[in-house]
Design a protein around this ligand. Sequence first.
Ligand SMILES: Cc1cc2nc3c(=O)[nH]c(=O)nc-3n(C[C@H](O)[C@H](O)[C@H](O)COP(=O)(O)OP(=O)(O)OC[C@H]3O[C@@H](n4cnc5c(N)ncnc54)[C@H](O)[C@@H]3O)c2cc1C
Length: 645
Amino acid sequence: MANSVDSEGMSHDKQGERMTNVDIDYIRRAVQYSDLAALRVAAYQASKDEELRAFGPVKTLTPEDKEALIEKLTNLLHEKIDSLTLNVPTDDELKDLMFVAFGQETNTAEDFAIRKELLSFKDWPFLKFWPEGMGKKDVPKDFSVAIIGGGFNGIATAVQLEQLGIPYTLYEKRHELGGTWSINKYPDIRVDTMNASYEFVFDIKHKWSEYFGRGAEVRQYLEDTTKKQGVWPHVRLEHALKEARFDETAGIWHLTFSKPDGSTVTSQANIIVSASGLFANPKKPQFKGQENFKGMVVHPTEWPVGMSLKGKKIAVLGNGSTGVQLLKVVAAEAEQVYVCQRTPQWMGARDKYGAPMEPEIHWLNENMPGYWNWCRFTAIMHLFSYHQDYLIPDPEWQAKGGGISPMSDAVRDILITYIKNETNNRPDLYERLIPDYAPMLRRPIVDNDWYKTLTRDNVELITEDIVGLGENTIKFADGTEREVDMVVTATGFDILKYLWPAEYIGRGGMNLHERWAEEDPRAYIGMMVPNFPNLFIMYGPNSQPVSGGVALPTWYQMWAGYVAMAAMHMFKNGHKTVEVTEKAFWDYNNLMDEEGRKLALVTDKNQVESNYYINKDRMQVNCPWEVKQLFAMFNELKHDDLDFA
Ligand SMILES: Cc1cc2nc3c(=O)[nH]c(=O)nc-3n(C[C@H](O)[C@H](O)[C@H](O)COP(=O)(O)OP(=O)(O)OC[C@H]3O[C@@H](n4cnc5c(N)ncnc54)[C@H](O)[C@@H]3O)c2cc1C
């Protein structure tokens, strides 16, 4: 539900949608269930009640003070909620409110710039709009954009273009939209970041059933968004891009799609936005003897939805996000489960993970001005970290025998205690579960009772290497084997296969996959490659910041905004193409590699040779920039880096 917008582009909750006739007990429950830090600052913003400010940040409160704050907020909402409106703050007021929320000054102008957008008091943050005097009328006749992929990124781009009135078609190879959330239907799949941060800012306050949305609900949300935002009529399902070939004379891309019946369809577009997903190609290990195995080998992307696991003996390989999500449900149903672990992972609990969202919280979202915005802010700031805290080694600390840094070691200690508690202090388990590298060097994982599940009678943790499959067994390096009738390979995705298997042929017949085979998948700001004019990659090589996020959907909107800026610049100056220069591409990539080498996740000796984050000696998914730096890169075109023609 977008808010209404006044003449200054500022949003206000729609009074007409308020539902304030609830009793004080209902309100008290709402306050108790709430994100208290968010509610306190939202209530202060709306009421300017100085008593709220005087409490100080919620994380510093004693239990008694917390109770007093709950009582204060309950009474305030009970007495005044009808009169509270969203006072959209000036920049100075906003800085002050951020201080009220966390008790910390916002360090720099760049930090403030992105935090302000994240709060989303203005509608359509991150997306771009026509400059003064320009509009739809400036789009050249017959101009069109082809968006490849109907996941979050494709949909973000489509909404951006829809807003501007730039013609586009969104092609999706599957029978439905949703991307990741359509492809993955394994047990207990859900997001591991809070919904408030995993929503588009143009479709907020969705009535999620749980705080961390389940996969099917996220998929439905995406489809509903396309319908609400007018994108649906531009969607072509069951169109798999097979080849995109650039026509240098005409300055357009020729596209060939395959259909499920084997036929092909052709089309053309001025710009291609390839949003075909980082997780499009499952990694499926091949086992020695697999041809004689009588059971099933299943990658989670091919989960046999509805199949009973009762009486089954199952080996689960992989303890990344997917393996960790599905284990609890699999172990509760199967007769016996063998958890095969190669490398231990750092996992932690996340508050409200798996918990239903109470109706009282939906009520707060709808009725308490600013509550959603501050919830989003606290959810995102929770994900946010600075390099120096976890990734840049502190030599003084190391000289005293410390690990990477004091913060890194503190988190390590907390997580070790957590692992021991969850495994009932069983050394036979926890000694094999504690990683020998520091936290945050790999993607942190949210524990879906994975450690607890290992303590079940029908679950065995195995850390021996797998050497093959027998007719009905899985075999290990120590010579033992276990009887199994199903092997779940939660072994992830081949993430280096960006845009695979579609072929992209650029200037002079250059093949993108051949170029990348020689020099690793690389792109300028994760999006552009020389000799491939008018091709923008969403979630391309090194496109997410390693310092933690501002939640991925925020980046998707920024990337969409970048494409829009480039297109509008072309229209303004009568250009047909935009392309990154070879020099800018290499300057960017060399600097990125140099900065990357300062971070412990590239240099740490305890790291295995290669993992999801690292390929040989460089990062592959992440980039070393701080969030604010990356935000600045996507916020404007660097004309010296780009050739417009
Ligand atoms: C199991 C799992 C859990 C995740 N959980 C989280 C989470 O909790 N929080 C988070 O922030 N992120 C999470 N992610 C990352 C998640 O993938 C992204 O947040 C987001 O969904 C990516 O959107 P996308 O549009 O880039 O790609 P996708 O969602 O992968 O969509 C790409 C689409 O392109 C289509 N496509 C591919 N090739 C072609 C072609 N040649 N022609 C036409 N269509 C094509 C695909 O079918 C797909 O529908 C998770 C990923 C996985 C795999």
